[in-house]
Design a protein around this ligand. Sequence first.
Ligand SMILES: C[S@@+](CC[C@H](N)C(=O)[O-])C[C@H]1O[C@@H](n2cnc3c(N)ncnc32)[C@H](O)[C@@H]1O
Length: 282
Amino acid sequence: MPSDYAHFNRTLRHLGDAVRAKVIARDDVLAYAQDVTNRYLEGTMQARALGKKYGYSGDFEIIEAIYTVQIAQEPHLRRWDLYFHSQAAPNAVRNRKAYFHQLLHSHSAGQTKAPLSVLNLASGPARDVRDVREWVLDNPDREVFFDCVDAEIHAIERARKLCAPFAKRVEFYHRNVLRFLPAKGYELVWSAGLFDYLTDRTFVYLLKALMAVTKRGGEVVVGNFSEHNPSRDYMELLGDWVLQHRTQDHLRELALEAGAAADSIEVMWEPEGVNLFLHIRR
Ligand SMILES: C[S@@+](CC[C@H](N)C(=O)[O-])C[C@H]1O[C@@H](n2cnc3c(N)ncnc32)[C@H](O)[C@@H]1O
């Protein structure tokens, strides 16, 4: 029940501290979580996250289930899902969409009426693009075109279906972004939920490539979970969902390493303060 959440969160924090102090092995906690989840929580968000249907954490299905706040019907499972969705990390994921829409807004605010080209990397279910419908209706004068790239064919298929009302405005590429980027120039390059899976080295390599496909006056914006993630112990210990959490300073350093000018870099965040966004102006 919601009245239990604070107590449960504190317990998870103690468990995390015990793992960090090496009093308990992380693998033992995970084995326990797996056992309890298999036995009692089938079909919940917890089970789906831990199940890694496509072989890794954060696939398009789980991300879509977070965006659409999917909740099991059975009363006892329902409570687990309500708890899952109440946490800071799923809120931060849902907040990405409004953040993206705000970006589109600011990029279309100028005098020019030229079409706006947007690259969306690791687009997953492309909910951010699909739900842009209202923005498009509010901004009929400014045409916007999206290129979406994702390495998971099922994500591409799902996103294509979701974006069908926008078929003329969205192009999908089933590719690994580390090996391929569309050879075009973009006003806005956006990637959420990808860079926090990358090592620093790969982060810098990909960021360089993104800066190279961004037009003069355009912007690269990449999301990365912050070290202030109250859901981290839940994610790592009960969900085996491990991210590269980074600080604002760390993101700034990586941007400098990728060749960004110091005065072109800014780090912002969504209202939960969990998902940071590194902005680089070109
Ligand atoms: C956590 S989801 C983020 C989805 C979406 N950007 C969002 O915020 O809702 C991560 C996505 O990255 C994709 N992905 C992971 N590594 C990739 C790579 N090297 N190239 C392209 N896509 C990748 C996965 O298939 C998955 O759809």
